[in-house]
Design a binder for this molecule. Structure first.
Ligand SMILES: [Zn+2]
Length: 348
């Protein structure tokens, strides 16, 4: 990358090393840590598996060690702060992790109090999907791109993956809700009929229970009786004894009729859920991520979803949006956690 000559700030011969953020994306299987600069570039990263059955103290100590290694890797550059993305609900006032479905041993932990003294820098925590939204807003699909694309003002992010999560960023700030639990787009009710598919949250007919990779696999498996013997879907089931969402998209790409019908049904529910998001939050950018989205991209369905959303949006103001696949890939949680640091520093 070249810098235009005469840029203010380039004229000093003694330039202080630029600040970096330490970032962690702590999920059910891995704790991933990174050193990230102001431009969202990942300068170093590593990960460790959560030891199975570990106590809260052992988990916190192990992940803290990984962040200390990240600090060593910053090469003496000042650490502006530490951002941590966690799967679960986080109390906005106390930073306490209220419930963590994928890592229940961490319930009740307050990481800033434990880690700030150890790392010698302020620590902020956020929900992983909310932070992915923040990362996409500042450094991913929400950014302006020449010649015509405008930077997002209000960005809604929805990840269609094993589950369905989301987050809203308005003019650079996360919309967290009163208790820090906003953005659970996956748990809006789409199907209110009593026999709608059950959801992990205890309700039924949630967007997640109709459009997650798990839900798509389950729906296809329930329809195996309709599949032609030897069809791609039947073959996938015979080799794995189960049907995953990924297998459904692979079968759909090969023209499997039942797989295509299952994808079409899920896409219909996505269009309803995403147009609800349009009508409630009026985003100008809607970003979709996760493994299911990769399947949708491979089948060329993103424009179809965008057109369906536009048909259901209630006014021209709600139709003024663009739909974009997430662009940060598997780093989105960490880039989002670093974005939280930059947002907090900016406010202080
Ligand atoms: Zn639910």
């Amino acid at each position: 990358m070249t810098t235009p000559s005469g840029t203010p700030g380039n004229q000093s011969s003694e330039v202080a090393p630029a600040e970096v953020a330490l970032a962690m994306d702590w999920g059910g299987t891995w704790a991933r840590a990174a050193v990230i600069d102001r431009d969202g570039r990942v300068l170093w990263q590593d990960r460790m598996a959560n030891p199975p059955g570990a106590t809260q103290d052992a988990l916190v100590a192990g992940a803290g060690d990984l962040l200390l290694r990240a600090k060593d890797q910053a090469g003496g550059r000042p650490i502006a702060g530490v951002g941590v993305a966690l799967a679960g609900s986080i109390d906005a006032a106390t930073s306490m992790l209220l419930s963590s479905p994928n890592l229940p041993a961490l319930d009740g932990v307050v990481l800033p109090a434990l880690w700030a003294p150890r790392l010698g820098a302020p620590v902020w925590v956020g929900n992983d999907a909310n932070l992915a939204a923040l990362g996409e807003y500042y450094f991913g699909a929400g950014r302006a791109a020449p010649p015509h694309r405008m930077a997002a003002r209000t960005l809604a992010y929805v990840t269609f993956s094993t589950g369905v999560g989301g987050g809203i960023v308005d003019r650079g700030a996360m919309f967290t809700g009163a208790a820090g639990a906003a953005g659970e787009i996956g748990h809006m009710t789409i199907d209110a009929r009593p026999d709608a598919p059950a959801c992990g949250c205890g309700n039924s007919g949630c967007l997640e229970s109709l459009t997650s990779g798990t839900a798509i696999g389950r729906a296809a498996q329930a329809r195996l009786g309709d599949a032609t013997p030897g069809s791609p879907l039947q073959q996938a089931y015979e080799s794995e004894a189960t049907v995953t969402g990924e297998a459904v998209f692979a079968a759909a790409a090969r023209g499997d009729v039942v797989a295509l019908e299952v994808v079409e049904a899920a896409v219909g529910c996505m269009i309803v859920g995403l147009s609800n998001v349009l009508n409630i939050f009026n985003p100008d950018v809607v970003v979709i991520g996760g493994g299911v989205t990769q399947g949708l991209v491979s089948l060329g369905l993103v424009e179809h979803i965008e057109a369906g959303m536009r048909r259901r949006a209630m006014s021209s103001g709600h139709r003024a949006f663009r739909l974009a696949p997430a662009s940060l890939g598997e780093n989105e949680g960490m880039v989002g956690a670093a974005s939280l640091v930059w947002a907090q520093i900016g406010q202080s």
